[in-house]
Design a protein. Structure first.
Length: 502
């Protein structure tokens, strides 16, 4: 008898979008209430993952398989490990905050906006639990549709340019991924990820497949130099779109690396790990300096996301290096665990930062830093939350931003002190652009009449920010439950890395 919990988490928000569309066409408030109800129920159901998933049991659990395209051996196959559980829980929790944040802000066709949010949530959950490669690809590509609509319909003045750039970049990378999957299918006659991971491939084959996957996932992360679509997408996206994009969508790139590059091409990954490590360090250092000179708050936080996601890719490929250099897997485990914690932490921190920017934009209709000053005098409680999330963005101990970055830096030092030194620069650069932003926005004299008229936080806004704050502080103060949840998944990935197919 199959467990249908994962299917329920995928289809509940997607199917729930239908009554939201129907009811909201005449009663906008009904659309908001239904959308919030669907996200709350989805989150409550997702908590059952913590009950049913055993961190000390089998790696992949709650498996379910349904025939999809039998002739080609394609199945609707789902299962989760601890990494998937953590990402799904973050996705369903952020879904509530996104709907709550847009409650009053979206006045133009709110039912369609809420429906897009629900569909996007269901598709993202599908990405994190698909165990059939073609099913993963279907979810991976489908998330573009609601995000394209969100930016195209509710975005800023250059939304058409931003949506086309987003689509062209990500779709181009996905074509290479599809080619690699078709080649693997020709060799294995299945799209089952476990079978593909065990498939013997020559170094030449692994190299071509490795770079095809790397190109596709690097664009989604995004990594330097294929990152330029992200700032434009963030600037033009509505606040909810930016939160989804930063908090969850970027993670499907690094998640894809874990599910495809690590197990399928371990030898090529170890051989070419230095390329990704160099690109990650460039993102950490150079992009930090790019963020430092931005005048648009959204662009600054968007570039900081590229830098912080560089820590995730650094931790993943440091594990490649350490597994092949040393028989001691403890440090490699530390690096990979740090990358996973950083993925979750960045989801809360970046989502919170974009929400704060949205709160200010709703009152002043400007994102230019020069138009702000003395905001804390008008909105003291908002200032408290803004400083908290800014400190997390700099990696302050006691916040989630510190834990993952510190673990990756420790692992990097074992691989090479020089890598650790360059990685540590982000703590300085990140503090530079984040504190410079806080100083100009919150402190000093009130610089404009718009700021002087800013109203205090509404209860709805406060609850959304409290939700993000709980995630930031919980991981920062007590990260062990999260690390323990992902232990078996990380250990299994390292075992796959240690296998030499050549």
């Amino acid at each position: 008898m199959f467990n249908h919990l994962l299917s329920l988490l995928i289809w509940l928000p997607i199917v729930g979008a239908v009554p939201v569309l129907i009811a909201g066409s005449r009663h906008p408030m009904a659309a908001r209430v239904l959308a919030l109800l669907v996200t709350v129920v989805t989150f409550l159901i997702s908590l059952d993952l913590l009950v049913q998933y055993d961190p000390n049991g089998a790696v992949m659990q709650l498996a379910e398989t349904h025939r999809w395209i039998a002739y080609w051996g394609i199945h609707f196959s789902l299962a989760v490990d601890g990494i998937s559980v953590a990402l799904i829980l973050m996705t369903t929790f952020v879904g509530i905050l996104v709907i709550g944040g847009a409650w009053k802000v979206i006045q133009n066709r709110p039912h369609q906006y809420m429906a897009c949010m629900l569909v996007l949530e269901g598709l993202l959950v599908g990405v994190f639990c698909a165990t059939d490669a073609l099913l993963f690809y279907a979810f991976f590509e489908a998330v573009l549709i609601p995000m394209f609509i969100l930016i195209g319909m509710w975005g800023g003045p250059r939304r058409v340019y931003a949506t086309l750039k987003l689509f062209i970049y990500t779709f181009t990378g996905s074509v290479f991924m599809l080619i690699a999957l078709l080649y693997l299918y020709q060799q294995a006659h299945t799209f089952d990820l476990a079978t593909l991971a065990a498939l013997p491939l020559t170094m030449r084959e692994q190299t071509w497949v490795f770079f095809a996957f790397l190109f596709a996932f690097a664009i989604k992360v995004p990594m330097v130099p294929v990152h330029t679509w992200l700032p434009d997408a963030h600037v033009e996206a509505p606040t909810g779109g930016s939160v989804w994009l930063a908090a969850v969508m970027l993670k499907i790139g690094t998640y894809g690396m874990l599910r495809f590059i690590l197990p399928i091409t371990p030898d090529a990954g170890a051989h070419y790990a230095w390329i990704v490590i160099v690109l990650s360090l460039v993102a950490i250092v150079y992009i930090g300096y790019v963020a430092l000179v931005q005048e648009d708050m959204k662009k600054l936080v968007a570039y900081s996301s590229v830098a912080h996601m560089g820590f995730v890719t650094l931790g993943i490929f440091i594990a490649f290096m350490l597994v092949r250099q040393s028989s001691d897997l403890d440090v490699a485990t530390l690096g990979l665990q740090g990358a996973m914690v950083q993925m979750i932490s960045h989801g809360f921190v970046s989502g919170a930062m974009f929400t704060c920017i949205g709160v200010m934009y709703d009152r002043t209709h400007t994102r230019q830093i020069k138009d702000y000053g003395g905001v804390i005098n008008m909105m003291p409680w908002f200032g408290f939350f803004y400083v908290l999330f800014a400190m997390a963005n700099t990696g302050l101990p006691g916040t989630s931003g510190f834990v993952g970055e510190f673990m990756v830096i420790l692992a990097s030092f074992t691989a090479s002190p020089w890598i650790a030194i360059f990685a540590t620069f982000t703590l300085i650069i990140g503090a530079g652009y984040t504190l410079w932003l806080v100083k100009r926005v919150l402190w000093g004299a009130v610089v404009t009449e718009q700021v002087a008229k800013m109203k205090p936080l509404e209860a709805r806004e406060a609850w959304v920010l409290i939700g993000f704050a709980l995630g930031v502080m919980a991981i920062g103060v007590w990260p062990q439950p999260l690390i323990h949840l992902m232990d078996s998944g990380v250990a299994h990935l390292l075992q796959q890395l240690a296998v030499q197919k050549v």
